[in-house]
Write a protein that binds this ligand. Structure first.
Ligand code: MHF
Ligand code: KIV
Length: 276
């Protein structure tokens, strides 16, 4: 399994870091068996597998439930688990307790928090000092969707771009081990990547980040209706899945399934009771 030093070395060597989300045991197995560098148990699971229209309804217990399943499927892959909405904003003490629960109960390698306010920076520092590696997340921070007014590209004006670069430096100084950059212009992501020592992992942030992350279900086209512009689909589970269920339905209706090969038989007919 990679560690935080390996991730820094990969940045230094320009060896691209690959990351994908997983929310359960089978997707975690796919990711690990394919040789992915890092897994993210993202709070996007609220939208992708629980059907909420944003990530703000996701709870700490949801992250732990899914995180544990993922770890069972990919015990040898560096796994980051998201801290969900408002689980790190009430007080420093509550935030540390929630982070410790998520980290310990899922046996993750790092946790992730969105933003770079003074409170978040202190939290990143305190967690790092306590031995919990923190991945930071800037740009489009989905937990703030209701403040941002939608899932929109960030850092498009001069002031915002400057702020994002300053925030990236601050999370680095406070001990973050990596930085997710979501939905920002490619040129800005390149400047940020070249300005900090920790690896950047982009999603909708162009090719110059140190690594890339995508949602498993987006890559597979699995249950998602509309793909964001930054996604490249590599399969079409929606079609494959519908075709498989349709074929099963018609086999059952036509009595083509179950065939004898799917059935059990007794050796001696005499043990059967009479029909009543
Ligand atoms: N399936 C899925 N994939 C994700 O990457 C993802 C989630 N869900 N849920 C949590 C967040 C939300 N994300 C999103 C969702 C939509 C857009 C989107 O539609 N963006 C527009 C850009 C709009 C603009 O131009 O400002 C796009 O066309 O891609 C972006 C990020 C990323 N995360
Ligand atoms: C979109 C990625 C980076 C994320 O934070 C998530 O999956 O929740």
């Amino acid at each position: 399994m990679l560690n935080v030093i390996d991730l820094r070395k990969m940045k230094a060597n320009k060896d691209k870091i690959t990351m994908v989300t997983a929310y359960d045991y089978p997707s975690a197995k796919h990711a690990e068996q394919s040789g992915i560098d890092m897994i993210l148990v993202g709070d996007s699971l609220g939208m992708v597998v629980l059907g909420y229209d944003s990530t703000v309804q996701v709870k700490v217990d949801d992250m732990i439930h899914h995180g544990k399943a993922v770890r069972r499927g990919s015990p040898n892959t560096f796994t980051v688990v998201d801290m969900p909405f408002m689980s790190y904003h009430l007080s420093l003490e509550d935030s540390l307790r929630n982070a410790a629960r998520i980290f310990q109960e899922t046996n993750a390698q790092a946790i992730k928090v969105e933003g770079a306010s003074d409170e978040i920076l202190i939290l990143i520092q305190r967690l790092s000092e306590a031995g919990i590696p923190v991945v930071a997340h800037l740009g489009l921070t989905p937990q703030s969707v209701n403040v941002l007014g939608g899932f929109k590209v960030q850092g498009k004006d001069k002031a915002q771009a400057k702020q994002l670069l300053a925030d990236a430096k601050k999370v680095t100084e406070h001990g973050a081990v990596a930085l997710v950059l979501e939905c920002i212009p490619k040129e800005l992501a390149e400047i940020i990547t070249d300005s900090i020592e920790i690896p950047t992992v982009g999603i909708g942030a162009g090719v110059n980040c140190d690594g890339q992350v995508l949602v498993y279900h987006d890559i597979m086209k699995y249950g998602v209706d509309r793909l964001p512009k930054f996604v490249n689909p590599y399969s079409d589970f929606n079609t494959i899945g519908r075709e498989a269920v349709s074929a099963y339905i018609s086999d059952v209706k036509q009595e083509r399934f179950p065939a004898d090969e799917h059935s059990f038989f007794i050796k001696d007919e005499r043990i059967l009771p009479e029909k009543e």
